[in-house]
Write a protein that binds this ligand. Structure first.
Ligand code: PEP
Ligand code: MG
Length: 755
C-alpha cells in the first residue's frame, strides 16, 4: 500500500532538507545552530525552539534558541536530572507537557524569559542510547503536542544528533568542550572472559546508521524496501521455529514471544510511520530502537528488560536484511576490537578472524556464546562492562586486557607502551611452549602424564596439532548447539562428530553428551525459568527427561564413529540410576544401528563425569558400571563449596587448592586406582600449572585442559619429581587453613617445579 499523500507531505522531510542545507557549507557553528532552531520553530509553528548540548562536565547548556532571551545562550545550564531538560537527558525519552511550570522537575531560569510559555515538548538527541543534547519546542497556549508532532521532533532530533556528532558538519573546534563523543582516556574494569592481550581500534558491532543514509528521496520506495525486509525477517524467524515444538517443550512459548514481537503491529507501525515521514528504513529502525532502549531499558522488571534484548536482536537482524546481505557481518579494519552489548549465536564467527583482535562486551559471562567462541578462536575478551558503548566511539584506540579483565579506552601512550612490552613477553613464552610440542610429558621420576585438550567447536581442532595434545579429553558437544541459530539436526551433528574424529586421526576423543541448562542456555531451547538454574534442570537430567534429544545425539555419535573407536561420557551424573538409564539409551541406539546394518564403533567406552559431590560418596557403585570417569572440577568445586562458578562475587572466594577440594580429588583418584578405572581431570584447573602440579601429586595421570594450558602444564610436568610432590602435598592435605595456595607455591618452588 502506498502512503496516503497527506502523510508524506506532513512529514518533516522538507524540514529535514532545510536543516541539512543550513548545516552544510562553511560558516561558524553558532550561526548554523541559530538557523536550525529558527527553521524548526517556523516549521512546527512553535514560539520557542531551543537546542541544548551536553558539556563534558555532564551539564546541558543552551546552545541556540529561537524565542527565548538570546542572552541566555551559553549561560543557562542544567545538570542531569535538573529541570525538564535535565530530566529528559536522564531518562533519555521525550517529555510532552501542556503546562510545563506545574511539572515537579520544572526549574525556573529568569535569564531565559520563558514565563509565558506553557506547553513544552522536549526530545533527547541520542547517540548509541546516550543523550548528547535535547531539543525543545514551546508554545504559549496550554496544549499537549500530538503524537505526530512528537514523532516529527524525534526524527529531527535523530538527524541533529548525527549532524552535530559528525565532525565535518560543524567545526569541532567551535564545539570545543561539548561531550559529543568521549575523548578522555578511560579504564574500565570488567570480567575476564578469554585470556590474552590486544591493542586495536574500536568497531561497533551495532554500528550507528551513517549520516548519508538518513534521509530518503522516495518515501514510497523506502516503505516498500522496509516492508520487504520485515517480511524476510518474519519468514526467517517463523522458519527457525517450525517443526521444533515437540523437542522444545515449554521453551517453545518463550520463542513464541520473540516471534510475536517480530510480527508486532505496533513495532511495524512505528517503523512504517517513520519512513513515511521521509527518513530511510535504516534511520527508522534506529529511531524506534532508541525509543525502546530509552523506554524499556529502565524497566525494573527483568522480563521487560529481557524483551529489550529481543528487540535489539530483531533490530540488528532487520538492519542486516535491509543491507541486503541476509545476515552477514560487515568488513573489519586491521586490528579490530569489536564492541558489543552481547553477541548472539554465530555472530562472532561471521567476522574476519584475521582482522579481529579482541572483543569487549557490556554483558556476557564465561559461559556466554561470545566467550566460548572467543576462547576457541583465541581472541582476548573482557565482559561485564556496563555503559561501554556510550563511552567509546567507532575508531577509538582500545586495549583489551584479558589477563586482568580490564579495558582501556583511548589509552595514554605509557599504557600502550607497557602493554606492548607485555605482549612481547607473552609471545616469547608462547614460542618456548611451542618448542615442547613434540616432547612427551614425563615427570623427572618417569611417570607418563597424558595431556589432552578440551574442545567444542570445529575451530578448536587446529589446536590439536599446534599444542601437541594427545587427544581431546573433553569435547563439549553443546557448543555446536550454542552457536547455532536453531537446533542442529541429525546430519549437522553427525557431520561435526565425524569431522572431529577425522581431525584427531588415531588420537582419542571423548565426546560429552549435551550439557545444557544451568548457565548454558539456548535462545531456541530455553527452559522454564528456574530459581536455581545451576541446581536445576540441566545436563543429563534434561537428556533423560527429553530422551528424543539425547537419543538423536547418541545416534549421530554412533553414525559418525562408523568402525572407529568411540568414547561417550555423561555430564553431571548425580545418581548411579541416572548413569544406568543413560547407558541403557546407548545400548538401545547401538542395537538400532546394528539392526539397520550400520557398522558399529570398533570399540565403545561409556563414562561418567564426576561433578556432583554425591558421586564422591558412591564411587564403589558407580565405578564398576563405567568404562572410565572424568572429574569436572569446575562443577565439582562449585557444588562442594555451594558457590556459583559464574558469579564473580563468589566464584573466586573458594580455592581448589584447599584441603576439602584436594581431599575429595584424592578420594576419587584412589577409588579409581583400586578398581582400575581410567580417570582424568577435565576442569579448568587441569590447565593451570600450579593446580596441575597438585593433581599430579595426587596421582592423576591424565589431564584435559584448554589448549593454551598444554604448553605451560607440560613445562611443569617435565620439571616435576612426582614422588617428592606426593609427599609434600600429603602434608598439605592435613592443613587447617581454608586455602593452601601459598604453601603449594612454596612447595613447587622448593622442588624447582615450573608451576
Ligand atoms: C567441569 O564442570 O569441570 C567441566 C569440565 O564441564 P563444564 O565446564 O563444561 O561444565
Ligand atoms: Mg561441568
Amino acid at each position: 500500500m502506498s502512503p496516503a499523500p497527506g502523510i508524506a507531505i506532513r512529514g518533516p522531510r522538507s524540514l529535514l532538507r532545510q536543516i541539512r542545507e543550513a548545516m552544510a557549507g562553511a560558516g561558524p557553528a553558532q550561526a548554523k545552530l541559530d538557523m536550525v532552531v529558527r527553521i524548526i520553530a517556523v516549521s512546527m509553528v512553535a514560539e520557542v525552539c531551543s537546542l541544548y548540548l551536553a558539556r563534558k562536565s555532564g551539564e546541558m547548556e543552551l546552545f541556540a534558541t529561537e524565542g527565548l532571551d538570546p542572552g541566555a545562550v551559553h549561560v543557562t545550564r542544567m545538570k542531569p536530572g535538573e529541570g525538564l531538560v535535565g530530566e529528559i537527558m536522564r531518562q533519555g525519552r521525550p517529555l510532552n507537557l501542556s503546562d510545563a511550570p506545574s511539572h515537579p522537575a520544572f526549574s525556573y531560569r529568569p535569564e531565559t524569559g520563558e514565563d509565558p510559555f506553557h506547553s513544552f515538548l522536549g526530545v533527547p538527541l541520542l547517540r548509541g542510547g546516550r543523550a548528547i543534547g535535547v531539543i525543545v519546542v514551546q508554545n504559549r497556549t496550554s496544549r499537549v503536542y500530538g503524537e505526530d508532532e512528537v514523532e516529527d521532533l524525534q526524527i529531527i532530533a535523530m538527524v541533529l544528533a548525527e549532524m552535530v556528532s559528525a565532525g565535518d558538519v560543524l567545526d569541532p573546534t567551535q564545539l570545543k568542550d561539548v561531550e559529543l563523543a568521549p575523548q578522555r582516556p578511560e579504564r574500565m574494569r570488567g570480567q575476564r572472559l578469554a585470556d590474552g592481550l590486544a591493542l586495536g581500534v574500536a568497531v561497533l558491532h551495532e554500528a550507528p546508521v551513517a549520516i548519508g543514509q538518513l534521509l530518503s528521496d522516495d518515501p514510497a520506495a523506502e516503505e516498500a524496501r522496509l516492508k520487504t525486509a520485515i517480511a524476510e525477517l518474519q519468514a526467517q524467524i517463523d522458519e527457525m521455529l517450525e517443526g521444533h515444538q515437540a523437542v522444545l517443550g515449554p521453551s517453545y512459548d518463550l520463542l513464541e514471544t520473540y516471534k510475536m514481537l517480530a510480527h508486532s503491529r505496533s513495532w511495524n507501525h512505528s517503523l512504517v510511520e517513520a519512513v513515511r515521514s521521509g527518513v530511510t528504513a535504516e534511520a527508522a529502525v534506529e529511531r524506534v530502537r532508541n525509543e525502546h532502549r530509552a523506554g524499556l531499558g529502565q524497566a525494573r522488571d527483568p522480563y521487560l528488560r529481557e524483551r529489550v534484548h529481543d528487540l535489539e536482536d530483531l533490530n540488528d537482524r532487520l538492519l542486516r536484511h535491509l543491507a541486503g546481505n541476509g545476515g552477514k557481518a560487515r568488513a573489519l579494519p586491521d586490528n579490530a576490537i569489536l564492541i558489543a552489548r552481547s553477541l548472539g549465536p554465530a555472530d562472532l564467527l561471521e567476522y574476519d578472524r584475521a582482522k579481529l583482535k579482541g572483543l569487549l562486551l557490556e554483558e556476557g559471562s564465561p559461559a556466554s556464546h561470545a566467550a566460548i567462541v572467543a576462547r576457541a578462536l583465541d581472541i582476548p575478551c573482557v565482559g561485564r562492562l556496563p555503559g561501554l558503548r556510550d563511552r567509546v566511539s567507532e575508531g577509538d584506540p582500545v586495549i583489551v586486557d584479558g589477563e586482568t579483565g580490564e579495558a582501556y579506552l583511548r589509552p595514554r601512550v605509557d599504557v600502550v607502551t607497557a602493554l606492548q612490552a607485555r605482549m612481547t613477553v607473552r609471545n616469547q613464552r608462547r614460542a618456548e611452549f611451542a618448542k615442547l610440542r613434540d616432547t612427551p610429558a614425563y615427570t623427572r621420576d618417569g611417570a607418563k602424564i597424558g595431556l589432552y585438550m578440551n574442545a567444542g567447536l570445529a575451530v578448536d581442532l587446529a589446536a590439536l596439532t599446534e599444542t601437541g595434545a594427545e587427544g581431546i579429553g573433553l569435547f563439549r558437544t553443546e557448543f555446536q548447539f550454542m552457536v547455532s541459530e536453531d537446533l542442529p539436526r541429525f546430519n549437522a551433528q553427525a557431520a561435526l562428530y565425524a569431522r572431529v574424529l577425522e581431525a584427531a586421526g588415531d588420537l582419542p576423543v571423548t565426546f560429552r553428551t549435551l550439557d545444557l541448562g544451568g548457565d548454558k542456555v539456548l535462545p531456541y531451547l530455553e527452559a522454564e525459568r528456574e530459581d536455581n538454574p545451576a541446581l536445576g534442570w540441566r545436563a543429563i537430567r534434561m537428556g533423560l527427561d527429553r530422551p528424543a534429544l539425547l537419543r538423536l545425539q547418541l545416534r549421530a555419535l554412533i553414525a559418525a564413529a562408523r568402525g572407529r573407536p568411540l568414547k561417550i561420557m555423561f555430564p553431571l551424573v548425580a545418581s548411579v540410576d541416572e548413569f544406568r538409564a543413560a547407558r541403557a539409551l546407548v545400548d538401545h541406539e547401538l542395537a538400532w544401528a546394528e539392526r539397520r546394518g550400520r557398522a558399529p564403533p570398533s570399540r565403545l567406552d561409556v563414562g561418567a563425569m564426576i561433578e556432583a559431590p554425591s558421586m564422591v560418596w558412591h564411587l564403589d557403585a558407580l565405578l564398576p558400571m563405567t568404562d572410565f570417569v572424568s572429574v569436572g572440577t569446575n562443577d565439582l568445586i562449585q557444588y562442594l563449596f555451594a558457590a556459583d562458578r559464574g558469579n564473580p562475587r563468589v566464584a573466586d572466594r573458594y580455592d581448589p587448592l584447599s584441603p576439602p577440594a584436594l581431599r575429595a580429588l584424592k578420594r576419587i583418584q584412589e577409588a579409581c586406582a583400586e578398581t582400575g578405572t581410567p580417570v582424568s581431570v577435565c576442569g579448568e584447573m587441569a590447565g593451570r600449572p600450579l593446580e596441575a602440579f597438585a593433581l599430579v601429586a595426587l596421582g592423576f595421570e591424565a589431564l584435559s585442559m584448554p589448549p593454551a594450558g598444554v604448553g605451560p602444564v607440560k613445562q611443569m610436568v617435565l620439571s616435576c619429581d612426582r614422588e617428592a610432590a606426593r609427599r609434600g602435598v600429603e602434608t598439605l592435605l592435613k592443613a587447617t587453613q581454608g586455602s593452601v595456595r601459598g604453601e603449594m607455591e612454596t612447595l613447587a618452588r622448593k622442588l624447582y617445579v615450573a608451576a
